[in-house]
Design a protein around this ligand. Structure first.
Ligand code: C5P
Length: 315
């Protein structure tokens, strides 16, 4: 798969997926984006991105959904390598290999994760000495969720999600993720959110919708590690839009709830659905029920918070 010489240096970065435990969406701004109060939690589904020297910029991908990953310049990881090279006046001569385990176009920031991982891998391979602040700013230019993929843990994202404030988390939360067949386009889900708001007659712009705010009860639940309190306060303003575009998600959400999940919600812009559960045993039980329900392609169990993009091999 690799196009580099055996023995050439290579750097591998491991990067987590995310779930939004709160996604409060403000009105559409004049630039088309939406202001958010976006409470991110990094969870233990991971991609790994390996960077190795090459004659030009090349990209390969393996994993169950690899055939859905674009291998041209539209891939966010390729754009990340180019952005870093441009920033330092270098040529983006690198082979990037993505070992993909995060659902593709699933609302778990898989593409953003690959971009953050590619930035860190290339910066390490090329020895660019890029500061953390510079990396964060390159991440923000690449996409609203990319900065969080770099830092991981839990964070409140303001602005379009890129202005991060780390959040304390007092425990480990157990999750089940139901993976749907096919993805949903994030811009399409935001557009549907606007359409549904317009349809109420109330309007969809920043003049019509109150500024989004984080829920104090939710931040408290994260701080104390209280899964029941977190379940009671989770919310996703994009959920009606995701369900409107993919009505079958209602059945998946109901199947997880019936199986005993503490809470069920669409992950980000979907179509992955997220189920908060009490412990590892409940996670296995709810995942088995979801798989048996026929309402999703598969179900995965994991925990959060997880650390952000991390170099796991260098040399
Ligand atoms: O920033 P990113 O490239 O991930 O955003 C993808 C699309 O999602 C944007 O072009 C926009 O349509 C929508 N979006 C939004 N408001 C945000 C984040 C994303 O409208 N805060």
């Amino acid at each position: 798969m690799t196009r580099t010489a055996p023995g050439a240096p290579r750097v591998t970065v491991r990067v987590p997926a995310k779930v939004n435990v709160q996604l409060a969406v403000g009105g559409r701004r004049p630039d088309g984006f939406h202001d958010l109060a976006n409470v991110f939690l990094a969870v233990g589904l991971h991609d790994e991105v390996t960077a190795a020297p090459a004659d030009t910029l090349t990209l390969t991908c393996t994993g169950p959904d690899a055939d859905q990953v674009p291998l041209d310049d539209t891939n966010l990881a390729a754009r990340a390598a180019r952005a870093l090279a441009t920033h330092h006046g270098l040529d983006a001569h690198v082979h990037l290999h993505i070992a993909k385990d995060i659902p593709v176009a699933g609302g778990m920031a898989g593409g953003s994760a690959d971009a953050a991982a590619a930035l860190l891998a290339c910066a390490t391979l090329w020895g660019t000495d890029t500061s953390h602040a510079e990396l964060l700013s390159l991440c923000a230019e690449l996409g609203s969720d990319v900065p969080f993929s770099l830092v991981g843990g839990a964070a409140l994202g303001r602005g379009r999600g890129e202005l991060l404030e780390p959040l304390p988390v007092g425990g480990t939360f157990h999750w089940v993720f139901a993976v749907a067949d096919g993805g949903l386009s994030t811009p399409a889900v935001y557009k549907e959110c606007d359409r549904l708001r317009d349809a109420t007659g109330r309007g969809a712009t920043t003049a019509d919708i109150p500024d989004p705010e984080p829920s104090p009860a939710l931040l408290d639940a994260l701080r104390t590690g209280d899964a029941t309190a977190l379940a009671a306060s989770m919310s996703n303003d994009l959920q009606p839009a995701a369900v409107s575009l993919r009505p079958s998600l209602s059945a998946t959400l109901a199947a997880g709830t019936e199986a005993g999940a503490l809470a069920a919600l669409v992950s980000g812009s979907g179509p992955t659905t997220a189920f908060l559960v009490a412990d590892a045993e409940d996670a296995e039980r709810v995942a088995a029920a979801l798989r048996a329900s026929g309402t999703c392609r598969t179900a995965r169990t994991t925990v959060g918070p997880e650390t952000g993009a991390t170099v796991i091999s260098n040399g």
